[in-house]
Design a protein around this ligand. Structure first.
Ligand code: GDP
Length: 193
């Protein structure tokens, strides 16, 4: 998809703030600092539309981006940041549950993981959470430029095995540095629109 429009519509903290339109949505989830903002910015050809990770202390929000008036990307706050208070963790959980359990416009979630490492327990929990709500998941294994070509299939296999991914979900190796995997990511996203 050639992106000609990419605008932040709203940073929502609760359901009543979600855009009241029927445009399909693709959510983006991932561990803090995994490269989620870089993924979003790369696939929409913007330098810094999606802000880099929400650090503790900042309000955690669901950021709705209008892409070409065709879909919304919904950037959800990163997880797995160690220095988050119990209260912040609870409000994160409540916000996630409220969105993922009820949002009819949500067609699929791109779950960003680091191709170099075995998915963390938090990654596994996030994947299981999404599957619990029967949400299709596109796993984006980012930072592809950081591993040797000869190691890619081994790393992809490990991601699949650790997450115990369902046959209907796919893993797409991706790099925000080189834009490798960008076409494949768009193809996967568009298959849900
Ligand atoms: P977020 O917290 O998940 O939004 O992560 P960011 O997008 O801010 O990325 C975290 C760090 O990883 C930054 O220093 C990025 O430059 C770096 N990064 C993100 N994606 C890639 C990638 O594909 N390749 C490389 N080499 N670095 C990346």
């Amino acid at each position: 998809m050639k992106v000609t429009k990419a605008e932040l519509v709203i940073s929502a903290v609760s359901q009543k703030q979600y855009p009241a339109v029927s445009m399909p949505e693709i959510a983006l989830a991932g561990r803090s600092n995994v490269g989620k903002s870089s993924f979003i910015n790369k696939i929409i050809n913007r330098k810094a539309l999606a802000r880099t990770s929400s650090k503790p202390g900042k309000t955690q929000t669901l950021n709705f981006y209008n892409i070409n008036d065709v879909l919304h990307f919904v950037d959800v706050p990163g997880y797995g940041y160690a220095k988050v208070s119990k209260k912040e963790r609870e409000s994160w959980g409540k916000m996630m549950e409220e969105y993922f359990s009820t949002r009819e416009q949500l067609k699929a979630t791109a779950l960003i993981v680091d191709i170099r490492h075995e998915p963390t327990n938090d990654d596994v929990a996030m994947y299981e959470f999404l599957k619990h709500f029967d949400i299709p998941v596109i796993i984006i294994a980012t930072k592809l430029d950081k591993i040797k070509k000869s190691q890619v299939s081994k790393h992809v296999k490990r991601v699949k095995e650790t997450l115990e991914i369902k046959p209907e979900d796919q893993v797409i190796p991706f790099s925000a540095e080189t834009a490798q995997g960008k076409e494949e990511a768009w193809k996967a996203i568009q298959s849900f629109l």
